[in-house]
Design a binder for this molecule. Structure first.
Ligand code: ATP
Length: 551
C-alpha cells in the first residue's frame, strides 16, 4: 500500500486541484457522486491540450492514420460480438460483517496476495484474505460483475430495447472499419484513431480520478497484414529487438515489429509532454495474463504517489496505456456476428503468391489455416465447421484476401491528466528576511500541455499606457493560444498565481516597453516559471517564439 507520506502528497494535490480549478467532484453541491469528476477551467484546458496533441500526433501528422468520431450508444450486437456482454466483468466480493463491497483482485493485491482461479474457472480468495475496512476474514467468494452501464433506447423499458454505454471506444472503430477503408483511400497497413467518452461501472472507483466510472479514451487501431501475407510478399518477416525504437516502418514488418514500434512511439509521445522515461514503467503481460487471441500486450505505467512498491522498494506504477497485439480477433468476431465480410483484398499478395514455390505456398497456407482454425475453435465454433471455414480463409489468402490483424495502443485521457498533474506538482519552502516561511506551489507542466501558455501582466494597473499595450499583446496572442491577462496585485503575487496554474511564461509590460529606454521600445520581459530567469524579447517576435515552445 502507498506510504502515509505519499497519501499526504495526494491529499495536497487534490486540494490544489480543487483550489485552482483543475478538478471538482461531480455534483458536489448534492454531496457528489462516486467515481465521477468534473474538470474546472484549468483542467478543461489541460485536457483539451492533451487530446489535441494526441490527435495531431496520431492522425494529422501521419499519412497512415484516419480519424473517427462514433456514438457512445451503439447496437448491443457490437458488445455481444466483442465479448463484453459475456465476459467484461470484474470479480466482486462482500464482507459479511461490515457489508463493504470490494473488487476481489484489488483486495488481494492490497494485501500482496494473488487471486487465483479454481479448476471450475471460478475465482477463489486465497486463505487469510481480510476485509481492508474492518479486518474480518468473513468474505463471500468472488462473483463476476459486468461493468457495462445499461440503458433503454426508446420509450419501452424491455429487454429488447437494452443498450449499453460504450465501455471502450475501440469497438466502433472495428464496426466502421470498412466504411473508413473505403472513404479514406487508405490501405493496410493503416490505422483509425478515436478520442471519446467511455463508461465502466467500476466496483470500487478509487485513487481520485484514476479509476472513474465515466472517463475518456484515446485509442488507435492500427491494421496490419498477417505475418503469412508479409512473408509471401517480402520473402521473410523482420523481427526487431524488444527494447528501443525500431525506426521507420518497413514493408517486411510483422506484428512483432509493429507492436514494438507503437510501444516506442507512445513512449516518445509521453516524453514529449514532460513524462520522462524514469517516471514511466512497463509491464509485459505474461502468457497466462494474455487474452487467448492476443500475441502480446505491453502496459505503459506511470509512477503515481499512490502506486505500490515492489520488493526493492521501487514504485511499481499504474497503467496509463495498454498496447496490445490483438491478432485478427476483433474484425473476425464482427465478420462472424454481423455476417458482413471484414477482409481486404491485397493485390501485392495475390501477385506475390503466384510466384512462390509450391512448398512455400503450402507452408504459408498451412500456417494461416492453423491460426484461423485456432481462433474459430477458441471462439466456440465446432471443430468441423471451424476446419471448413479455416480452409476457405486459407484459400482466400492464396488469392490475396485476409482479415487484417491489429495493434491497439489504448490510452486513458483522465489517467494521463492525473499523471501530468502529479508530475508537475512541486513544493518549495521560501523564508523571507524576517524568517517567516511560506510554501510555494508550482505546477511544472510542459509548455505543450500547460493550460495557460502565457500570463500577460502590465507592471501597473493604474497606468493606461501600460494597460493598453498589455491588452494589445493579449490580443496578438489570443487567437493562437490560451493566455491570461492579470493586472491585480503585486507583480510577485501575479507570478505566484501563474506558477500555481502551471503557466510556463509571464510577459511583463513595463515602462521600457513604452520606450523609457529607447532601445527597449516594444519589448517585453519574459519570466520563466521553473527558474525565474528573465529575458527581453521584441513584441514582434513573441508569437513565433511562443509557438516554437508550445507546439
Ligand atoms: P485497469 O486494469 O486499470 O482496469 P484496463 O486494463 O481494464 O485498466 P483497458 O480496458 O485496457 O484498461 O483501457 C485502456 C485505458 O483506458 C487504460 O489504460 C486506462 O488509461 C483507461 N481506463 C480504463 N478504465 C478506466 C477507468 N475506470 N478510469 C479511468 N481510465 C480508465
Amino acid at each position: 500500500m502507498a506510504e502515509p507520506k505519499e497519501n499526504m502528497q495526494m491529499e495536497k494535490i487534490v486540494s490544489l486541484c480543487k483550489r485552482r480549478g483543475f478538478v471538482f467532484q461531480s455534483s458536489e453541491i448534492y454531496g457528489g457522486i462516486n467515481g465521477f469528476w468534473d474538470y474546472g477551467p484549468l483542467g478543461a484546458e489541460l485536457k483539451r491540450n492533451v487530446k489535441e496533441l494526441w490527435w495531431n500526433t496520431m492522425t494529422r501528422q501521419r499519412e497512415d492514420v484516419a480519424g473517427l468520431e462514433a456514438t457512445i450508444i451503439m447496437s448491443p450486437a457490437i458488445w455481444k460480438a466483442s465479448g463484453h456482454v459475456d465476459t467484461f466483468s470484474d470479480p466482486m466480493c462482500d464482507c459479511k460483517k461490515c457489508k463493504k463491497r470490494f473488487r476481489a483482485d484489488q483486495l488481494c493485491d492490497d494485501q500482496y496476495l494473488t487471486l487465483t482461479k479454481g479448476a471450475d474457472g471460478k475465482y477463489v480468495l486465497p486463505a487469510g484474505t481480510k476485509c481492508t475496512s474492518c479486518g474480518s476474514t468473513e468474505l463471500t467468494e468472488p462473483r463476476p460483475f459486468n461493468l457495462m452501464f445499461k440503458t433503454y433506447v426508446g420509450p419501452v423499458e424491455s429487454e429488447d430495447n437494452v443498450a449499453y454505454l460504450r465501455p471502450e471506444t475501440a469497438q466502433a472503430i472495428f464496426a466502421q472499419f470498412k466504411n473508413v477503408l473505403e472513404t479514406s483511400r487508405q490501405s493496410v497497413p493503416f490505422g483509425i484513431g478515436q478520442i471519446g467518452k467511455a463508461f465502466r461501472n467500476e466496483v470500487t472507483p478509487r485513487n481520485y480520478t484514476f479509476r472513474s466510472r465515466e472517463f475518456e479514451q484515446m485509442e488507435l487501431e492500427f491494421f496490419i497484414k498477417p505475418d503469412e501475407a508479409v512473408e509471401a510478399i517480402c520473402g521473410s518477416v523482420q523481427t526487431v529487438p524488444e527494447t528501443g525504437h525500431p525506426g521507420e516502418p518497413q514493408p517486411n514488418w510483422g506484428w512483432q515489429a509493429w507492436h514494438q514500434y507503437w510501444v516506442e512511439e507512445r513512449v516518445r509521445f509521453y516524453e514529449g509532454i514532460g513524462l520522462s522515461r524514469d517516471t514511466l514503467g512497463f509491464h509485459r503481460q505474461t502468457p497466462e495474463e494474455l487474452a487467448h487471441y492476443a500475441r502480446a500486450c505491453v502496459d505503459i505505467l506511470f509512477k503515481f504517489p499512490f502506486s505500490k512498491r515492489d520488493e526493492k522498494g521501487e514504485l511499481r506504477g499504474e497503467e496509463l496505456e495498454g498496447i496490445a497485439a490483438r491478432s485478427d480477433f476483433d474484425l473476425s468476431q464482427h465478420a462472424r456476428f454481423s455476417g458482413k465480410p471484414m477482409g481486404v483484398f491485397d493485390d501485392a499478395l495475390r501477385t506475390a503468391w503466384t510466384k512462390l514455390p509450391k512448398e512455400k505456398q503450402d507452408d504459408l497456407w498451412r500456417r494461416y489455416y492453423e491460426n484461423r482454425k485456432r481462433y474459430l475453435t477458441k471462439s466456440g465454433v465446432e471443430a468441423e465447421p471451424a476446419a471448413k471455414q479455416a480452409t476457405e480463409d486459407a484459400n482466400g489468402l492464396a488469392k490475396g484476401q485476409y482479415i487484417p490483424h491489429v495493434i491497439e495502443p489504448s490510452a486513458g485521457v483522465d489517467r494521463l491528466i492525473l499523471a501530468l498533474i502529479t508530475n508537475a506538482y512541486t513544493e518549495t519552502v521560501k523564508t523571507d528576511d524576517k524568517g517567516k516561511s511560506e510554501t510555494i506551489y508550482t505546477m511544472k507542466f510542459h509548455p505543450r500541455v500547460a493550460p495557460i501558455k502565457a500570463g500577460i501582466l502590465p507592471l501597473l494597473k493604474n497606468k493606461p499606457e501600460l494597460v493598453k499595450k498589455a491588452l494589445e499583446v493579449r490580443d496578438l496572442l489570443r487567437p493562437w493560444m490560451n493566455v491570461y491577462y492579470d493586472d491585480s496585485g503585486s507583480i510577485g503575487k501575479r507570478y505566484a498565481r501563474q506558477d500555481e496554474a502551471g503557466t510556463p511564461y509571464c510577459l511583463t509590460i513595463d515602462f521600457d516597453t513604452l520606450g523609457e529606454k529607447p532601445e527597449l521600445l516594444d519589448t517585453v520581459t519574459i519570466r520563466h516559471r521553473d527558474d525565474g530567469r528573465q529575458e527581453r524579447l521584441k513584441i514582434s517576435e513573441l508569437l513565433g517564439w511562443l509557438l516554437s515552445k508550445i507546439r
